[in-house]
Write a new protein. Structure first.
Ligand SMILES: Cc1cc2nc3c(=O)[nH]c(=O)nc-3n(C[C@H](O)[C@H](O)[C@H](O)COP(=O)(O)OP(=O)(O)OC[C@H]3O[C@@H](n4cnc5c(N)ncnc54)[C@H](O)[C@@H]3O)c2cc1C
Ligand SMILES: Nc1ncnc2c1ncn2[C@@H]1O[C@H](COP(=O)(O)O)[C@@H](O)[C@H]1O
Lengths: 335, 263
């Protein structure tokens, strides 16, 4: 076995990595605090947030309101933007010093960038992109539920002898915990020794659209090539249903709508309660992104469109007049 | 700019849709599944070949897997790669990301003289997306994950555009570097049939060739273990068709949605 940096005998506590951007915590960090709170209570242990960044005091308080007992703040001007080196360095030092039993991270691009590097530096196991977390009965080990083979196969993974047991968790799996501004918790500033030379990466440009997170939408109205560039009726329908607009890759490639709404293998995996799929053929690269929807409605003019195989309610017709009638009817309100 | 020597890590994976879970033994049934090169690894090969066209240098392929992976590496050679290495040994079997990244890093060290390692963003079977970062750590190299494009700047730094949540960023890192490439960022070229016949053979290395600690390999070297395996619940969809004129269908749909969403 690859010798662990430390083992179960000396390890204790549950840590959540608090990913933030410009001082705002990522949704998945809050989701992990919610689930982490439950897991910590089951173990009778404390929940600690690990928060590297610059000017993140407010975020630390938000973390406490969402379930953290203790927040370790590593604040430094060189931590204004995420970098692999600085984050790995800080996280590894604190972990080796304090020896948590478990470390959870959000499976965002940067969360995965960090987790993969950190796990090897700590010589420990990492369960990636979990869709569920629980303590194993008897052993108390963390069981990470993962999917593989394009989502067809599921498995539970555990890490017996190496600590911390690490897992990244897919955004949108756990509900957002309601904040309690009166919750008590402690904030601890840890020292950060970083020289500019230690940072290998230089950020040249950064583009982020704030706002939509379709992984958490309860209703998604998705459009593809069949909407012919006009997302207006879909946007109106999404508004009426209290949902978000999503899109196939083709619709995004054609520039009709932003990438942040792309569903599927190269987009987001969503799990809405209802997905209304308009003018999308239903290629598997798309459908993997909605397969966990409770209800799927498909509108498509082609009787042979594969999307009808994957839908609960099927409307075989031109989407425009159907949506027009649907929207008019919904606008009229309950009869 | 001096020439760029690149190693592309490629994995041979079963086609995801052909793998199932045996309901009795609760183990994976891959016997009937055909294999393929992991799709984003194809994009990584294409990216490496395109960089070689600009900067010169070499492209080597590296895979850890059973002997049947060799013909898939030959496909990569026929696409234009210069050499291919297969790490194949019973001792490698059952490796998780820690042991896999360690073994691949040892293979890369044995190939030697590299500037850049390209990987796919994740493998379709394990789907962890952690091996590239692991390789970077073992080798002490910089890393760019989830890259959509790459270029080498005049000062020798590697510039990559990468995905971040809700957007993208462009970062520059010093070489040597490990990069994971997003699925679908380019069109992998077809193989050249002429090359298919003239290409160099695949070099196969076992554990003994790598100078590794056997206890750090495969199942034994892996901190994580699979507890249980089961088939994902596939929802049976009702496939109920609404009938009528478009207007009637729209109204029917409104009724159904009201009931579903309790509007
Ligand atoms: C490696 C890889 C990764 C990919 N990742 C993704 C991904 O993440 N997400 C994704 O979506 N795709 C992805 N794709 C692409 C995917 O395979 C399909 O090409 C894509 O989903 C098709 O988009 P579409 O259904 O909008 O367009 P099309 O396939 O062109 O379908 C348009 C549909 O609209 C219907 N239509 C046209 N006009 C009307 C009308 N007036 N009324 C009603 N219906 C109408 C047509 O009948 C047709 O079924 C990927 C492909 C590859 C190779
Ligand atoms: N056994 C392997 N042989 C070669 N490359 C691999 C292997 N496993 C993973 N990789 C590389 O690492 C990438 C990410 O894989 P993973 O971390 O397993 O999802 C893949 O796309 C490959 O480029």
């Amino acid at each position: 076995m690859i010798p662990p940096a430390y083992g179960p005998e000396v390890a204790s506590g549950l840590w959540v990595y608090l990913e933030q951007e410009a001082g705002r915590l990522e949704g998945v960090a809050l989701e992990l605090l919610g689930r982490g709170r439950e897991l910590a209570a089951q173990k009778g242990t404390a929940l600690t947030g690990l928060l590297p960044g610059h000017q993140v005091q407010d975020a630390a308080r938000v973390a406490i309101a969402h379930g953290a007992d203790h927040v370790l703040v590593a604040d430094h001007p060189l931590l204004a933007a995420y970098s692999t080196e600085a984050w790995t360095e800080i996280a590894a030092r604190l972990i080796l010093e304090r020896k948590p039993e478990t470390l959870l991270l959000g499976a965002t691009p940067n969360g995965r960038d960090l987790a993969g590097r950190l796990a090897v530096r700590l010589r420990t196991g990492l369960t990636a992109d979990c869709t569920g977390l629980a303590w194993e009965e008897g052993t108390g080990l963390l069981l990470g539920e993962v999917t593989g083979f394009g989502g067809g196969v599921m498995a539970s993974i555990k890490c017996a002898h190496h600590r911390p047991q690490m897992a990244t968790v897919r955004p949108g799996i756990f509900p957002l915990p309601p904040p309690d501004p009166r919750r008590a918790g402690t904030i601890e500033e840890v020292s950060v020794a970083l020289s500019p030379e230690a940072l290998k990466a230089e950020v040249l440009r950064r583009v982020r659209q704030e706002g939509v997170d379709i992984t958490r939408a309860r209703v998604i109205v998705a459009g593809g090539r069949g909407v012919k560039g006009d997302f207006t009726p879909l946007t109106e329908l999404a508004r009426l249903l209290g949902g978000e607009v999503g899109a196939s890759r083709v619709a995004c490639d054609l520039g009709w709508i932003g990438r942040d709404r792309q569903i599927g293998q190269t987009g987001f995996v969503t799990r809405p309660w209802l997905a209304l799929v308009c003018g999308i053929s239903g290629a598997t690269q798309f459908t993997v992104g909605i397969k966990d929807a409770e209800q799927i409605v498909a509108i498509n003019s082609d009787p042979d469109a594969p999307i009808f195989e994957d839908a609960d309610l099927c409307v075989m017709d031109d989407l425009f007049p159907v949506l027009e009638a649907l929207i008019a009817e919904l606008q009229r309100g309950t009869p | 700019m001096r020439p760029l020597d690149t190693v592309v890590c490629v994995k041979v994976v079963p086609k995801p849709e052909e793998v199932s879970v045996d309901p009795e033994t609760r183990t994976l049934d891959r016997a009937r599944a055909r294999s393929e090169l992991n799709p984003p690894d194809m994009n990584a090969i294409e990216m490496a070949l395109a960089l070689r066209e600009r900067h010169g240098g070499t492209v080597s392929l590296l895979s850890m897997g059973p002997p049947f992976a060799a013909p898939y590496l030959q496909v990569g050679l026929a696409m234009g790669a210069d050499s291919a290495y297969l790490l194949s040994d019973r001792a490698f079997a059952g490796a998780d990301t820690l042991a896999t990244s360690y073994t691949l890093a040892k293979g890369i060290e044995k190939i030697g003289g590299w500037d850049l390692i390209l990987c796919g963003e994740e493998s379709s079977d394990g789907a962890t997306g952690q091996v590239p970062q692991g390789i970077a750590e073992w080798l002490g190299a910089s890393q760019i994950t989830f890259a959509t494009s790459l270029a080498v700047r005049a000062d020798g730094r590697l510039v990559g555009e990468r995905e971040i949540r809700g957007g993208h960023e462009v970062i520059a890192v010093p070489l040597p570097a490990v990069v994971s490439v997003k699925l679908g960022v380019n069109e992998p070229r077809f193989m050249d049939m002429e090359r298919r016949h003239s290409a160099a053979p695949v070099t196969v290395w076992g554990a003994g060739d790598l100078g590794v600690d056997p206890a750090w390999l495969g199942f034994e070297g892996s901190p994580t273990a699979v507890g249980a395996v089961w088939q994902a619940r596939t929802r049976e969809r009702r496939r109920e068709f609404l009938e009528g004129t478009p207007q009637e269908k729209g109204r029917l749909l409104a009724e159904r949605l009201r009931a579903l969403l309790a509007l």
